[in-house]
Design a protein around this ligand. Sequence first.
Ligand code: AMP
Ligand code: GLY
Length: 438
Amino acid sequence: MKLLVIGSGGREHALAWRLARSPRVQRVYVAPGNGGTARASQIQNVALSDTADLIEFAKKEKIAYTVVGPEAPLAAGIVDAFQSAGLKIFGPLREAAQLESSKDYAKAFMVRHGIPTAAYATFTDAQAAHQYIDEQGAPIVIKADGLAAGKGVVVAATLEEAHAAIDDMLGEGSFGEAGARVVIEEFLDGEEASFIVMCDGNNVLPLATSQDHKRLLDGDKGPNTGGMGAYSPAPVISPALHNRIMREVINPTIAGMARDGVPYTGFLYAGLMIGPGSDSTRTLKVLEFNCRMGDPETQPIVMRIKSDFSETLELAIAGRLDEAEIEWDRRPALGVVLAAANYPATPRTGDPITRLAPDTDDCVIFHAGTRLDGDTLKTSGGRVLCVTALGDSLKLAQAAAYDAVARTHFDGVQCRRDIGWRALPQNAPSSGNEPRKT
Ligand code: AMP
Ligand code: GLY
């Protein structure tokens, strides 16, 4: 069968790569794809982004089903449009995608259904927001209401920073529509983890757990980014905590959406803050919902899938996830993002990728911001590559990934050297594995 993946990042390359390895899958089209998907066997890019064009393509090519990677087409209603055209697609309807596309919708939903999350208030008026901040004190967190590509959140350590964020979002309108409304919430301390499940409206199938590193620099310093690396599993999520997350967060969310008349289908990503303490006492709160898989979390997660993922997706679309099971590689996987010069502010593009470590069974370089210029691969976005490796331990997965990082190069490359540090026994950054300078 032929499948279609919508998107152009590392997440979509990883999904297409996994699906293309299924013996049932003849070809995976990626729209619009990137330089990596352009070169992969059994994967083909399609230069389309308009929904009507994609529907026509899916009909003409007799695509068995479509999988949507990023949030923007979901928030714009691509699933509604495909389903109206009688096409199979995996993702939430536009209304359900509001769990990600409106922070205010998500917060109100969580409060209504008793799902644990940080205390909050929503504002459109700058003066009222300033006053609320003065009442609450710092640290405090300011979030633009709409989609802001991971950049609409300010964790303010001081009142000054918090007021500046309000001026920025409500006063100067630097986030446009997305910032015309802000959510201000209580600062939560703890360890973050990503908990991603598949839903068919009724049944839930959890994927392997993961953690990403959102800050640009080693030691979780510097500006927030889309994610500089990730690993799976997340050791902080013990089996006991896993049960609590299903019971306290995931099941009430799926049941709540169904009760609200918006059954949730698709990937659901709960970004969690896990407080200190023992598994039964530590606080568990939802920082955010995403209506898609994470990027770069997807890259290590799909490296660990041993069973045929095309079957799992087919069962999910058919509403039969209760019959699905995923066989996981017991080995951990870890992915290191190589980002362009000046990422995340104003990433430089057009640098040739001069060295690229070859893929092996246990180490794959997923492309994100690359494009083919003739036969030359060039950078075309902020996050360029995600070097992802499996290992018998997380330490070995990390060593394998950094070994391939050292054999990969483009001018201006930025990467963290400590991906996985929280999960390693000694919490020590890796050393001696910097990308070589050319
Ligand atoms: P979000 O897009 O809502 O996940 O926020 C992006 C990042 O900001 C999260 O991954 C956290 O690192 C941080 N963050 C968000 N909300 C809070 C909060 N209430 N307390 C502390 N940190 C937060
Ligand atoms: N890596 C975080 C996200 O995909 O939202």
